[in-house]
Design a binder for this molecule. Structure first.
Ligand code: SF4
Ligand code: SF4
Length: 77
């Protein structure tokens, strides 16, 4: 099963806890403000994510979602 990692940037208050906890150094704080005036976290290196979910557990604002997606959505020929 494949997974998708997403950050709701408008829920994020830029506390940086997810950036610090990530064991693969995937996340960074953006230089662009969100709708609340915070600098949100984003996946700077998404290819390194192992979907361990530690960032989502750590986030006090429940801004991070990790969900299962279909492994291969392309039609077979
Ligand atoms: S799921 Fe794990 S590896 Fe991926 S960004 Fe979050 S803490 Fe880092
Ligand atoms: S832990 Fe949550 S609120 Fe804090 S920077 Fe990460 S996504 Fe944003």
């Amino acid at each position: 099963m494949a997974y998708e990692h997403s950050i709701d940037k408008d829920r994020c208050k830029g506390c940086g806890l997810c950036v610090e906890i990530c064991p693969k150094n995937v996340l960074e704080i953006s230089e662009e403000v969100n709708s609340k005036g915070y600098f949100p976290a984003y996946q700077a290196r998404p290819e390194d994510c192992i979907f361990c979910a530690m960032c989502g557990v750590m986030c006090p604002d429940v801004a991070i979602t990790i969900r299962e997606i279909a492994e291969d959505a392309t039609p077979k020929s």
